[in-house]
Design a protein around this ligand. Sequence first.
Ligand SMILES: [Zn+2]
Length: 297
Amino acid sequence: MREAEPVVRVEGAYEVAPDLLVIPDRRVQLVPNVGLIGGEEAVLVVETGMGPENAAEVLRFAAEYARGRRLYLTTTHFHPEHAFGARVFAGAATYLANRAQAEDQKVKGPGYLEMFREFGPLVARHLDGVELTAPDVVYDHSYDLDLGGRVVRLRPTGRAHSKGDQVVTVPDAGVMFTGDLVEARQFAIFPWFPPHDTDVSGLRWLVVLERLADERPGIVVPGHGEVGGPGLLADVRDYLRLLRDETWARRDSAMGEETIAEEVHAVMLARHPEWEGREWIEKGVRCLCAEHGAGHA
Ligand SMILES: [Zn+2]
């Protein structure tokens, strides 16, 4: 992996809707889009950035923006750049998350901390001092958070990019935070790391995206990449569908996995020559090979 320093730059924050800010990722790897959603009485922060230094900066910025309003925190899923700064918010914000995500953090968090430390010295430095922390509030089905004059909906999607993905929507503003279920101008991130982590499901992910795309939110904040409209959801849905179809057509003809990965890689590059994250195509193919047949059942 090419290494860039994974730093959240709060000075880039801008309003995508009234009292609703995004701190953009500037297309830097391992920096997520961070959200601040304000109501009359409280502000919800979405994502912490990776490690205590980023989280402290996000918290400082959020506290200043809140001007005395109460703070809440949620994260879209447990991956390090999204959630491994939550400890810094303890005492300053109430941390809410869905049960499957809380489980992911507990079960997978320590392994991901070790794995990400291997990515390079800059990433490792940002992971120094990370303490994994359980959410203050864990909910089961869905959670409507009243910020005062504005209700934010937290909804788990079921297993897709991870076991515990959660989508955050702001109905009055037509805004949806998708976490890594959606990236802009990037091949879908398949954290397919057998035997350590095989929770990602291309098939379930596709079903989730079909559902989310049907909702047609006006503004979509992806996990990584530029904020966009409902077209972002359609792009990922179409990509996942094509990835499945191209992979399975070859699998049906009993082609070997290496050859399938090579051929599908070429098909996808031809379709999306401008997209980044090419290393994720092969992982997606391998995940869908493992899921081959499940759709016929
Ligand atoms: Zn992720």
